[in-house]
Each structure stands twice: as structure tokens, then as C-alpha cells.
Design a protein around this ligand. Structure first.
Ligand code: NAD
Length: 496
């Protein structure tokens, strides 16, 4: 284990951390909080202080069954609402989050250890997601009715899938819930959502605040472990589609458990985004881009700019600029000044990231800056840049999901594309160049669901987010998400 050695970074701490408004205790089923069928609970921890915020039920199979029954009971009436009626509910949810944004931001920051600026961005994006889906649900249409066989007229109906099981991760708890809830409800489905064990608080708070606005049973929240609650949602015969945002391993388990009932699966999994920097790029802009997109949310971000591939002729210059940028990053608790990055999400994850840094040292790679734990309390790790990384080193393919960026070099365009694609992941990538032909051609050759040119990690609610290969096959955001949570039915009328 890496221990705190001589450190360039210290943790800026808030003198009096704000006290978050906690949600009620219980499972949110059929429009109200009810006790779990088990008395077992799980601690929800503030990872920046290591204090326990509250205990939530460690839910059971029976809790999931009750929630699915509520979602099934609500399904027909919600599916029968018009797009305008569903849109009104989504707009109301957006307004409630906006009215209570300080509550959500404080709670999210306390539960994740993320800086205020990141929590603010999360909540703003969650609001925007509900507003977008409210509009998109009304504008969504299918092919017009027409004749394709003699004397027959074809009509396409877009229907809800039914009951959707949702499993969310801990890195953006409310935002990842919003990315699912908004299009799922907009398309006319009901849902049962299981938040991450570590970060259920803002999702439960949302349920508390919107309970009076959403018909009972349309949204249900069950807290508990993935292997119990998540697994039951995946295998449950009453669930028509299961959607998970999480690691590749969890996605594989969900897909396997879903196979018996042949339910649809929507997977948003991990990433290891390459940042391909050509010799003609604006190197200062690229270094600043990696500072913000590689270390946003402490690098606990599936699209993080974590794997730099830079042309060998400018590698020294770029590395110098990057190291200077990263040395300036401030680390802190929520409310502890203008910190750029906060803590890791949990002790277990902090230990995983430190173990990965130990492996990097053992592999003989250069840690140009950072590389250590920072004194606690709280699970803080220095922003870290690793250089002299050879092709095929484990760090080029393993998702660390922390404040660690690696730098490799390449010698020509073809090698850059081949190496960037040498990963099981296919979520996101970026290309940095001033050459217009390269900026048009290279993105076409990259096997990633999102490719930025001279930018990284800018997300637009109107544009789809999702991966290829090991990163899964669902699409969040945009009207493609409405597609994913709908089914099409062809009705053919014989006019003879
Ligand atoms: P995780 O896979 O550990 O957990 C995600 C969720 O899956 C949790 O709610 C967990 O309880 C549940 N889960 C675990 N085992 C399960 C099982 N057997 N059956 C059903 N559910 C189960 O991931 P995490 O650590 O919370 O989040 C980090 C991961 O999520 C990273 O790999 C990251 O890249 C990925 N991620 C992807 C996106 C995206 O949009 N593609 C967004 C955010 C995070």
C-alpha cells in the first residue's frame, strides 16, 4: 500500500461542513416510504470526513418483489397518459429539483466528497435532463401511416416497454438516476431503481420531494446490495427491461441474470478514454483539457481523459505543460475553498486506486507528479501523472477510475489510431489537432461512442451518450434514449 510520503498537495478543509437534509428511512414503494422486510442496514459514509451520514435498509428480494408489484400495478394507467401529461410531470420534477437545488447539492457533496462546483454541475445537468425529456417525449414520432402491401395500410405505434429496472453507480448519483428516470417515464414506462449502496441519499431525497407529483407506483426506489437487489431486478419476470450504469463486471452479471426471461438490457459500462494529441495540436489547450477532463470528479468518471497518446516529437513539451497544470490542482473537502478535486468515493475504492499506483511503480513507470495518498481524515489521493508508458502496459487498458492520467507516445497517424483502439472499452475518446483533414478522418476510425475534437468531456443533453464494445450498448440522453426505452409495434389494416 502506498503511504503518504512527501506530498505536494494538502487537503483544503471546510471549517464547519454544511449539515445535509437527510431523506426518510425506508424503501420508496407505491408512492411512500415503507419499512424494508429486513432490519439489516448499511452505513452511508461521507468519504471526505469518514463520518456516517445515515443508515439505509440493506434491501431484500422481497423488497424488490413488492416494488415490482407496485410498478406493474401502475403500468397501464401511466402508459395510457398522453405525452403532454407525462411531460408536465417531468417538468414538475425539474422544478422541484431546481427549487431544492441547495439541498441536493449539499447532500450529493456530503455523500460523495465531490467539490461544490461538481455537485452544482451535476444538479444543473439533472434538471436539464428532465426538461429535455419533457420536450422530447412530446416531439417523438414514428413513420407516418402508409401502404406497403396491396390493399393494406401500415401504422407504427411507439409503446412503452413496461416496467424498467434501473441500477445506478456512485460517481454521479442523482445525475445518473436522472439520465434514466427522465426518458423512461417520458416514454411511458414505470420503474424500480436501485441506487449504489454507497450513494443512495439524493435519489431517496428526490423520491421524498416528488412523491406528491408522480402517481403511486410509477417510481419505486429500493436500496440494497447489487448482488441481492440488483440481481433480483435483473432476473425478475415482472421487469421488462433492465438498465445499468456501472462496471463491465456488473453489466455482465446483469445481462446474464436477464437472459432467462429474455428481457431487454441497456448497458452503460466502463471506459478508458484515449486522448490523441498530434504534433500540430495546440499543446497548451490540450494540457488544460486533460487537467479538467482527466481530473473532473477526481477522475471517477467513465469518460475521463485518462490515457494520453501524444506524438513523440512534442511529447516532452506536452508532458512539461501537463505536469505544470496538474501540480496546480487543489484538493479539498466540499466547502473547503475552490477545490478542483475531492475525495475518492470510499475506503475500498481509495485502496483500489492506491494499489493500482503501486502496480505502476512496480512496472517501473515514471510518476511525474503525485502518486501518494494525502493525510486523512477522508480518502484523498494526489492528482497523478504517469509517463514513460510503453505500448501494452497494464495502465493503458485497466480502468483506474481515480486521479491518474498516463502518457504514451506514438510516431505516426496509423499507429495513433491502432493504439487508441487497443482497449476493450469504446465509450469516449478525443483528438487534438489543427489539421482539418485529420480532424475529419481520425474520429471516423476510432471505435468509441463519443469522439471530441479539440475538446473532451463536454456533454450535451440533446446528444446520445453510450459506448461500443466492452462499454456496453445502451444510449442515454437525447431522443435515442427514448428509443431505447420504447418498443415499436406494426399494425397492418386490410382495406379490401
Ligand atoms: P459497480 O459496477 O460496482 O456498481 C454499479 C451498480 O451495479 C451498483 O448499484 C451496484 O450495486 C450494482 N451491482 C453490482 N453488482 C451487481 C449484480 N451482480 N447485479 C446487479 N447489480 C449489481 O460500479 P460503480 O463502482 O458504482 O461505478 C463505477 C463504474 O461505472 C465504472 O466502471 C464506470 O466507468 C462506470 N460508469 C459508466 C458510465 C457510463 O455512462 N457508461 C457512467 C458512470 C459510471
Amino acid at each position: 500500500m502506498t503511504t503518504a510520503e512527501k506530498t505536494l498537495f494538502t487537503v483544503l478543509r471546510a471549517e464547519t461542513p454544511p449539515v445535509p437534509a437527510l431523506p426518510p428511512v425506508g424503501q420508496f414503494i407505491g408512492g411512500k416510504f415503507v419499512p424494508s422486510t429486513s432490519s439489516e442496514t448499511a452505513d452511508v459514509v461521507n468519504p471526505a470526513t469518514e463520518g456516517i451520514l445515515m443508515q439505509v435498509p440493506a434491501g431484500t428480494v422481497e423488497d424488490v418483489d413488492a416494488a415490482v408489484a407496485a410498478a406493474v400495478a401502475a403500468k397501464a394507467a401511466w402508459a395510457a397518459t398522453t405525452p403532454r401529461e407525462r411531460s408536465a410531470v417531468l417538468l414538475k420534477i425539474a422544478d422541484i429539483i431546481e427549487t431544492n437545488r441547495a439541498v441536493f447539492e449539499t447532500l450529493e457533496a456530503a455523500n460523495t466528497g465531490k467539490p461544490e462546483a461538481v455537485a452544482e454541475d451535476d444538479i444543473s445537468s439533472a434538471i436539464d435532463t428532465f426538461r429535455f425529456s419533457a420536450g422530447a417525449a412530446r416531439a417523438y414520432s414514428t413513420l407516418g401511416a402508409d401502404d406497403y402491401a396491396e390493399n393494406h395500410t401500415s401504422v407504427i405505434h411507439r409503446e412503452p416497454v413496461g416496467v424498467v429496472g434501473v441500477i445506478t453507480p456512485w460517481n454521479y448519483p442523482l445525475l445518473m438516476a436522472a439520465w434514466k428516470i427522465a426518458p423512461i417515464l417520458g416514454a411511458g414506462n414505470t420503474l424500480v431503481l436501485k441506487p449504489s449502496e454507497q450513494t443512495p441519499l439524493t435519489t431517496l431525497k428526490l423520491a421524498e420531494l416528488i412523491a406528491a407529483e408522480v402517481p403511486a407506483g410509477v417510481i419505486n426506489i429500493v436500496t440494497g446490495p447489487g448482488r441481492v437487489v440488483g440481481n433480483r431486478l435483473s432476473e425478475h419476470p415482472g421487469v421488462d427491461l433492465v438498465a445499468i450504469t456501472g462496471s463491465v463486471g456488473s453489466g455482465q452479471k446483469v445481462a446474464a441474470a436477464a437472459a432467462d426471461t429474455v428481457k431487454r438490457v441497456h448497458l452503460e459500462l466502463g471506459g478508458k478514454a484515449p486522448v490523441v494529441i498530434f504534433a500540430d495540436a495546440d499543446l497548451e489547450a490540450a494540457a488544460k483539457g486533460v487537467r479538467s477532463a482527466g481530473f473532473w470528479n477526481g477522475g471517477q468518471e467513465c469518460g475521463a481523459a485518462c490515457r494520453v497518446l501524444v506524438h513523440e516529437s512534442v511529447a516532452d513539451k506536452f508532458t512539461e505543460l501537463l505536469v505544470r497544470e496538474i501540480s496546480e490542482i487543489t484538493v479539498g473537502t466540499p466547502g473547503g475553498g475552490d477545490a478542483e478535486i475531492g475525495s475518492m468515493i470510499s475506503k475500498a475504492h481509495y485502496e483500489r486506486v492506491l494499489a493500482a499506483i503501486d502496480e505502476i511503480r512496480k512496472d517501473g513507470l515514471t510518476i511525474a507528479v503525485g502518486g501518494n495518498a494525502i493525510d486523512g481524515p477522508g480518502y484523498f489521493i494526489e492528482p497523478t501523472v504517469v509517463t514513460n508508458v510503453p505500448a501494452g502496459a497494464p495502465i493503458t487498458s485497466n480502468e483506474i477510475f481515480g486521479p491518474v492520467v498516463s502518457v504514451e507516445t506514438f510516431s505516426n497517424d496509423e499507429e495513433a489510431v491502432t493504439r487508441a483502439n487497443e482497449t476493450i472499452y469504446g465509450l469516449a475518446a478525443s483528438v487534438w489537432t489543427k489539421d482539418s483533414a485529420r480532424s475529419l478522418n481520425v474520429p471516423r476510425k476510432l471505435d468509441f461512442g463519443t469522439v471530441w475534437v479539440n475538446s473532451h468531456l463536454v456533454i450535451a443533453t440533446e446528444m446520445p451518450w453510450g459506448g461500443f464494445k466492452g462499454s456496453g450498448y445502451g444510449r442515454d440522453l437525447s431522443s435515442y434514449a427514448l428509443d431505447d426505452f420504447s418498443r415499436t409495434k406494426h399494425v397492418m389494416y386490410n382495406r379490401g
